[in-house]
Write a protein that binds this ligand. Structure first.
Ligand SMILES: Cc1cc2nc3c(=O)[nH]c(=O)nc-3n(C[C@H](O)[C@H](O)[C@H](O)COP(=O)(O)OP(=O)(O)OC[C@H]3O[C@@H](n4cnc5c(N)ncnc54)[C@H](O)[C@@H]3O)c2cc1C
Length: 453
């Protein structure tokens, strides 16, 4: 197989190594001595090479998983022995930034942070800021259906994608279709947003970009309790304001973040932006909605800005270094009316080891994401794994019981494989029919969207 791959991409574009993403359980397993297998990693340049590699994989019935930055946290990128990995790193060109029509065309391996910097240099922004941005690629952001810190204003990745270029498992190519919108049949490229590489390889994207705002006004508010803060967030969104950032931390997460508030108070950080007058007017409107809160001025916003990328891959790995340590995040989403109970019950379920935090961000008129963090330490690796599993089980079953989504933006991978069919219901049949139709040989990422479980 290696010789045939080398014929397609050249000898220097094939190597053998261990590959996995940043799923905390996989990091814990490796710490316990269960290292992932060495697999062949092939790095194609150009669409014809991708097509040829896929055709070779199909002819040999070998599974192949596309890889971007490897920053996923769900175990979607976890090739088994004998499988292949398709490293998209050579697809790293920003092909066009159209400053008049506010469209950017780029290849799938472009780094998310590098793209944002190139856009910023022209006074533009994609507006997509997952906390992991420096470790991501456009293809991975698309394939995981990601969402960033500014989603309440610019939307999530599906709102940014105008169209995609993909190579299907049989090696055929589907080019981007014209924008800004089309009614010529369904927007089938949407199927690849969140497909975790299970349907084919995204090789390029046409993205909406925005002009950078003239100004930003950021402030902090201390609410006496979570419900009052959630009411304020709902009022802001339902008034039609689209804040650049809006994040409400529960009392424990407020304290954990080092914000010095009174016991039980919950911090809300809000920033509005746009033309100077609009940013200021919306900031005043937010202030009116937060009239019951204690006003903290700009300091919490400035602090948040300084620390917004603090939870890096390196820090995650460092947290998980000590034997027995476990740590993970679980991002759910639900209607406003469900959020208080979801918060209370999931906090209880994940508090297996001490650390249990929650903040609310990614707000909509209809509801919000509730982002939980949990962690602790077991005396043995088995104990750590069991506690980790209990936290996930409790969070997932609670979400399903309350009609919340089991994932707002990290995706499914292996970590949610047991529960994804419960959320998707009849749509799981549709997903499987699509998968069988587009990928009849089943070569594309066998761990995508929960695999075949
Ligand atoms: C500290 C930290 C913070 C994070 N914060 C956020 C956050 O705020 N918001 C958020 O949404 N996520 C966040 N994540 C998760 C992660 O960064 C995202 O899932 C990211 O979108 C993955 O991009 P990637 O390029 O690293 O993809 P990878 O991890 O390489 O791959 C992820 C999945 O996409 C598939 N894939 C990759 N490239 C392609 C392609 N070209 N074609 C088809 N399939 C492909 C892979 O097969 C795999 O299934 C965070 C992760 C960490 C470690």
């Amino acid at each position: 197989m290696r010789a045939e791959l080398e014929k397609i991409v050249g000898a220097t574009a094939v190597d053998e190594r261990r590959v996995r993403d940043l799923w905390p359980l996989a990091i814990m397993e490796e710490r316990a001595g269960n290292t992932p297998p060495r697999v062949l990693v092939v790095r194609p340049s150009g669409r014809e090479q991708v097509a040829a590699v896929l055709r070779l994989a199909a002819a040999n019935h070998v599974a192949i998983t596309p890889m971007g930055g490897g920053s996923g946290v769900c175990g979607a990128l976890a090739p088994a022995a004998g499988e292949l990995v398709l490293d998209m790193g050579a697809f790293d060109r920003v092909l066009e930034v159209d400053e008049t029509n506010l469209v950017c065309r780029c290849e799938a391996g472009v780094n998310g942070y590098a793209l944002e910097q190139q856009l910023n240099a022209r006074g533009l922004t994609l507006g997509h800021f997952p906390s992991s941005l420096p470790g991501t690629t456009v293809g991975g952001l698309v394939a995981t259906r990601s969402s960033g810190q500014q989603s309440s204003r610019y939307g999530s990745i599906e709102d940014m994608v105008i169209s995609l270029a993909v190579v299907l498992p049989d090696g055929t190519f589907a080019a981007p279709r014209p924008g800004p919108r089309s009614a010529a049949g369904p927007a089938l490229h949407d199927l690849f947003i969140g497909a975790e590489g299970g349907l084919g390889v995204v090789i390029g994207a046409v993205l909406r970009v925005h002009r950078l705002p003239e100004s930003t006004v950021g402030r902090g508010y201390a609410f006496r309790d979570l419900r009052a803060g959630l009411d304020c967030m709902r009022a802001v969104m339902q008034a039609g304001i689209r804040p650049l950032v809006m994040r409400l931390y529960d009392a424990e997460d407020t304290a954990f973040g080092g914000y010095d508030l009174s016991d039980g108070e919950c911090l809300l950080v809000v920033a509005t932006c746009g033309l100077n007058a609009v940013a200021a007017a919306e900031a005043s409107a937010v202030e009116a909605f937060a009239r019951e809160a204690r006003h903290l001025g700009e300091a919490p916003w400035e602090r948040w800005l300084r620390h917004r990328f603090d939870l890096s891959a390196e820090r995650l790995k460092a947290f998980l270094e000590p034997p027995g340590a476990y740590l993970d995040t679980i991002e759910l989403a639900a209607a406003w009316t469900v959020l208080p109970e979801l918060h209370e019950r999931v906090k209880r379920a994940i508090a297996v080891g001490g650390l249990a935090l929650c903040h609310f961000s990614h707000a909509y008129e209809q509801g919000s994401c509730a982002y939980f963090s949990f962690g602790g330490s077991g005396d043995t690796e088995d104990e750590a794994r069991a506690a980790y599993g209990r936290a996930w089980e409790g969070a997932m079953t609670t979400a399903l019981e309350l009609g919340a989504t089991i994932t707002h933006h990290h995706g499914v991978g292996q970590v949610r494989a047991r529960w994804v069919a419960d959320e998707m219901g009849g749509w799981m049949r549709v997903w499987r029919a699509l998968k069988d139709g587009i990928d009849p040989g089943g070569i594309m990422n066998p761990r995508a969207v929960g695999g075949r479980s």
